[in-house]
Design a protein around this ligand. Structure first.
Ligand code: UDP
Length: 255
């Protein structure tokens, strides 16, 4: 499978194509470097941390696919995405999990004096996540915090507040279905340079939920851990076998 490149004001990023979605092949260090350029540019960059559920959602919803097409950077967050790239013969360097990328960006922000805004999750969760992040990364100024339970009517006020705070990093923690389309629709009004959907990350940072143990992450079983903890995730997880089937089919057709 051929390697394509894209240019977005952040330099060239090597990508691998998975079911029509261009996923970055950069490792974590390379990803942080690219996003450092994004912050320096001051222009909006939507970072999507792709997993199989999100790619399947993009195949099923035009709005989700548009968000993927227009995203400045898509990183391989899910073990299933890393597997698919291998299977299709154009592997990525490594898994770049959104949770880890958030921390790496905060670390870099410490050195460069960045500001961050947290949008999403329940009120007490986002407050606690902000206070823990502020303790861990005291040189990154948390420029604002807002819970993720709002509708269209509150959009203008929320966007106005973020714009005024003028953060370098905007982390958005909402459910996978609304998170990416919302960022895609509003990224040019938000005034943030790096805007990244981080799903359940604030829940983990606040201590409300736990991430899978490292051995399970290494065995590519983080999805299984989340399913075991939250069986209500099962219907969403059904996207996984469908994703794998599709990859196998593409692999057969290019042989
Ligand atoms: N969330 C939110 N607003 C919503 C729905 C969800 O802020 O309208 C938050 C939720 O509190 C959690 C995060 O989004 O912190 C991820 O939620 P969930 O795990 O249900 O989403 P998934 O990533 O599995 O789609």
């Amino acid at each position: 499978m051929s390697q394509t490149q894209r240019e977005d004001g952040i330099g060239q990023v090597p990508v691998t194509r998975i079911l029509g979605v261009n996923v970055s092949k950069l490792d974590m260090a390379g990803t942080v470097k690219v996003l450092e350029r994004a912050v320096a540019s001051g222009k909006p960059h939507q970072v999507i941390t792709a997993n199989p559920i999100m790619i399947m959602a993009a195949l099923e919803s035009e709005e989700n696919m548009r968000a993927m097409r227009e995203a400045e950077l898509i990183v391989p967050d899910g073990a299933g995405v890393v597997w698919a790239a291998e299977e299709l013969g154009d592997p990525v360097a490594e898994r770049v999990a959104g949770f880890d990328l958030l921390h790496e960006l905060m670390k870099r922000g410490e050195q460069l004096g960045w500001t961050a805004y947290l949008l999403g999750a329940a009120e007490e969760v986002v407050q606690e996540a902000a206070s823990r992040l502020q303790k861990q990364y005291p040189k990154v100024r948390i420029a604002g915090v807002r819970n993720g339970y709002f509708g269209e009517a509150e959009n203008a006020e929320i966007i106005g507040n973020i714009r005024q705070a003028n953060p370098d990093l905007l982390f958005v923690a909402r459910d996978a279905k609304t998170q990416e389309p919302w960022i895609a629709r509003h990224k040019h009004e938000l005034g943030a340079a790096v805007i990244m959907g981080v799903g359940g990350s604030f829940d983990v940072i606040s201590g409300k939920t736990k991430r899978a143990p490292v051995f399970m992450q290494k065995m590519r079983l983080e999805w299984f851990y989340r399913l075991a903890k939250e069986p209500s995730r099962l219907p969403r997880m059904m996207a996984l076998p469908r994703f794998m089937q599709k990859i196998k089919k593409v692999k057969k057709s290019v042989k």
